[in-house]
Design a protein around this ligand. Structure first.
Ligand SMILES: [Ca+2]
Ligand SMILES: [Ca+2]
Ligand SMILES: [Ca+2]
Ligand SMILES: [Ca+2]
Length: 506
């Protein structure tokens, strides 16, 4: 169970509310200075700045199913406080999952809440856009493409930010696999830099930053591709979901929860690889209470630690890994301080790298994860990987019978029966590798004995990115184009025979 402090408005007194709605009052709870748990607090501020006297009682959040969402919030929004799988669903279909709606304090039953802003690379200034959101919610959507951002900074006070890539050009369809949003930095600067610090005049309340569906690569500076610093806030929240943080000249990401009363840090379905220093780096100072979770993370091929944790005495930290692969990092895979309470479930890591005694473990591996082609930056799992179907179902979508460990889900693609060979149907791809965004050819030669056939192209997460019926005929060609990545091609004939070949797009 978690212990995030939330506010309960027990009674109202003093002036009347006038036109102020309950919703406005709830939104403004962030403007009430929070002191200690279970203490009566008298607050004096309204949405429009008028004096308003309200009595509030602080209580601890209860989260019976440990999905990161408060029980009462789940019940009042039609979710199940005894089901940990609803955090990853999107009840209202606005491409913001229920957990993010909870963290952003938005309505999980309204597709128009929050408002969203579609980023326009030609006209929008990123820094100004997020600076203008100070104290408000900003959901910024970025469409597919390659962006050369560097040193985008956010140094404001309170914030609730969601930056979401993976949209098509017209912002009508969201699928990070089909519409990758790739942000390339420079080694001298962080690509994204989020920092906030408390002051006497303006004490901080909340600093929530969620990154979703972004590939961030080749940044650096002092902290790495992404830096998050929350100092002396009541609530720190940093979530990285469906992202790739690669090839940093420093770290993949650095996070600092300094004196945060509550810090919620989730890395989910995310690859962190090829950093010149640590992959993931956390520093927590005295007085912080940190809930740090890694779900389906692959951290590999980083030059220092896969995950490095520095924590000052006096802080409380829960560190949970579920379905995680942290292997093949140069110095250590996991480096933790002894103040950390560790739970490792269904994960693959180097056991001896965790120096603490008696971590809570279940179904853990210490084996070569057998990545497909790590030297080419491909951390998807090879057919014989021990991480396939070895994960725990925690509600994150997966294919086939059980989730994989790590950031890449193969689904049923690896269970294909290979009783048909490429020579049987003359399957060939050219050019291979091919160039991103340019047409390439798939040649096949299906005869009548195979009857109707279908051709599918999968990405490394096992998702179909292209499919087409193909007819029995000799020497047919099919032209298509894809964005950068490694793909698998499968042909299903009338008798369900299957064939896989690899195709690389550069
Ligand atoms: Ca819950
Ligand atoms: Ca739940
Ligand atoms: Ca939603
Ligand atoms: Ca919503």
């Amino acid at each position: 169970m978690r212990s995030l402090i939330i506010l309960i408005f027990s009674c109202f007194s003093g002036i009347t509310f006038g036109q102020i709605t309950e919703r406005e009052i709830i939104l403004k709870k962030r403007d009430i200075e929070i002191s200690k748990e279970n203490e009566q607090v008298h607050a004096l501020e309204t949405a429009n700045g008028d004096a308003l006297e309200i009595d509030v009682v602080l209580r601890k959040m209860t989260d019976m199913d440990d999905d990161g969402m408060d029980d009462d919030w789940e019940v009042s929004n039609g979710l199940n406080p005894n089901d940990n799988k609803d955090a990853w669903l999107d009840k209202d279909g606005d491409a913001i999952n229920n957990l993010f709606e909870f963290q952003l304090s938005t309505d999980p039953n309204s597709a128009t809440d929050p408002n969203v802003r579609n980023y326009n690379h030609a006209t929008d200034d990123f820094d100004n856009l997020i600076a203008a959101s100070d104290g408000d919610i900003l959901v910024l959507r970025i469409s597919e493409g390659v962006y050369d951002f560097s040193n985008l900074t956010f140094f404001e006070q309170s914030a609730r930010l969601l930056i979401q890539g993976g949209w098509n050009a017209s912002f009508t369809d969201h699928n990070p696999d089909l519409y990758p949003t790739r942000v390339i930095g420079t080694p001298s600067n962080e690509v994204l830099y989020f920092s906030t610090i408390s002051s006497v005049e303006n004490p901080l309340k909340e600093f929530t930053v969620i990154l979703d569906g972004l590939e961030i690569t080749e940044g650096g500076g002092f902290f790495g591709n992404v830096n998050y610093i929350a100092q002396n806030v009541t609530k720190a929240c940093y979530i990285v979901h469906n992202c790739k943080l690669t090839k940093s000249a420093k770290r993949g990401t650095t996070l600092h929860a300094w004196g945060a009363e509550e810090a919620t840090i989730f890395f989910v379905n995310t690859e962190v690889s090829g950093s010149a220093d640590d992959g993931l780096y956390n520093q927590t100072t005295t007085g912080s209470n940190l809930d740090l979770r890694l779900y389906n993370v692959t951290s590999s091929d980083n030059s220092n630690n896969g995950f490095r944790n520095l924590i000052s005495p006096g802080s409380i930290q829960d560190f949970q890994c579920t379905n995680v692969i942290i292997k093949n990092n140069i110095f250590r895979d996991i480096s933790l301080d002894i103040e950390t309470r560790v739970t490792m479930r269904n994960s693959n890591y180097t056991f001896s790298d965790i120096a603490i005694t008696n971590p809570d473990t279940s179904n853990v591996l210490d084996e070569d994860p057998l990545f497909n082609s790590p030297n080419d930056g491909d951390f998807s799992l090879a057919n014989s990987s021990p991480c396939i179907n070895s994960g725990l179902d925690i509600g994150i979508p997966f294919a086939e019978t059980a989730p994989e460990m790590g950031a890449y889900e193969f689904g049923d693609i690896m269970s294909a029966t290979e009783n048909l060979h490429d020579a049987d149907i003359g399957l060939a791809i050219y050019p291979n590798p091919s160039i991103a965004g340019q047409a390439f050819n798939i040649k096949y030669d299906i005869t009548e004995i195979h009857k109707e056939a279908e051709l599918q192209i999968f990405n490394t997460k096992g998702k179909i990115v292209f499919e087409s019926k193909i007819r029995p005929r000799s020497n047919e060609f099919l032209s298509t184009q894809l964005t950068t990545g490694l793909y698998f091609i499968r042909v299903i004939t009338g008798d369900k025979s299957v064939l896989l070949i690899k195709h690389l797009v550069l």
